[in-house]
Write a protein of this length. Structure first.
Length: 336
């Protein structure tokens, strides 16, 4: 059976429709990064309007003094949310070279409404215009701002979780490492969705699970090169840039990892989860047969996609809603 034949049938049907619109190689077949961004924006504009919840208050804040003013956060608060509320710090994907907080408005709003928490979406500078460490610096600065302004934002500083998908998973893991190594802010939970963690691109799944049009090994290598610049392909890449390179995973927060078994990031995600377990970190790991990179976004109506969402929501609700309120006083804030 071919790799494509192993794909979930509902996801495969949607993938074929998508490739009919975009071309046989999908977005990952567009080598010019600015052109790929424009095509991605065109596709986003074709999505049905009104998919995002309407009872969400959305506000933008300049949260990263000293960096590019475009590095900001967007805060989503469900109507009627109490204070202090749990907070999900959301980092968008896009291969480190594309995407924005605005492009993930619907996802962030849906999470705020469905989980019942405040979602803070990080805006960060993109490569190649802004190579490492710009993106992770922006994400960490945004996290510090959120923790330092917890009272004003109406969130519980003891219930802040990080969420990152694909390249957002890379940045979420790197932000968690920075928070651990710099003494805070405290992170209650880490959620890594099909995370892009390893710049070396040498795993078996990188070789076999590619060419579907969602994200390819070639596009992945181009993205890492754009992000790492002259350090790409060397041993000089730090773990804060490519978290798969970290030696010590002790002290990271409880973590949820999921990935499709046909995702090119399968092996690096599973290896990272396994090494976290060996370091004593509580980890929930899911590998979905027939799943491809971004399949649940491509085919949201698929039974597999519904199952994926249900497990993620369950993990977030257990992490954020089942915990007692923190012992901090209402005015307490992280001051690191």
């Amino acid at each position: 059976m071919s790799t494509r034949d192993r794909m979930d049938p509902q996801v495969r049907a949607r993938l074929e429709q998508y490739l009919d619109i975009v071309g046989p190689q999908g977005l990952s077949g567009i080598e010019d990064i600015p052109q790929r961004r424009r095509k991605q924006a065109e596709l986003a504009a074709l999505r049905p309007s009104g998919t995002a919840p309407t009872d969400i208050e959305v506000n933008d804040y300049s949260a990263c003094p000293g960096t590019d003013p475009r590095a900001r956060v967007r805060v989503y608060r469900p109507s009627g949310a109490g204070a202090p509320s749990p907070c999900l710090y959301y980092i968008h994907g896009g291969g480190l070279v594309a995407g924005s907080a605005e492009s993930d408005d619907a996802k962030a709003s849906w999470l705020a409404q469905t989980v019942g928490c405040v979602v803070v979406s990080a805006e960060y500078r993109l490569a190649p215009e802004n190579p490492y460490p710009a993106a992770v610096d922006d994400c960490f600065a945004g996290l510090r701002w959120v923790a330092g302004n917890a009272y004003e934002l109406g969130i519980d500083p003891d219930r802040i979780a990080l969420h990152g998908s694909s390249a957002g998973g890379c940045l979420a893991a790197a932000t968690a490492l920075l928070a651990r190594d710099r003494g805070g802010p405290a992170i209650a939970h880490l959620m890594l969705i099909s995370p892009m963690l390893d710049d070396r691109c040498l795993t078996a799944s990188q070789q076999s699970n590619t060419g579907f049009g969602a994200w390819s090994r070639e596009a992945n290598m181009q993205a890492w090169q754009a992000y790492l610049g002259k350090d790409f392909g060397t041993d000089r890449v730090p773990a804060y840039a490519a978290p798969a390179r970290v030696d010590d995973l002790d002290g990271l927060p409880p973590t949820y990892v999921d990935v499709g078994d046909l995702d090119l990031f399968r092996d690096e995600a599973v290896d990272f989860a396994h090494r976290m377990m060996c370091a004593g970190v509580p980890v929930e790991l899911h590998v979905y047969p027939g799943g491809i990179h971004g399949g649940e976004t491509l085919a949201p109506e698929a039974e597999l996609s519904a199952r994926v969402r249900s497990y993620r929501l369950g993990a977030l609700q257990r992490a954020l809603l089942a915990q007692p309120f923190g012992r901090s006083s209402p005015s307490a804030r992280w001051s690191g």
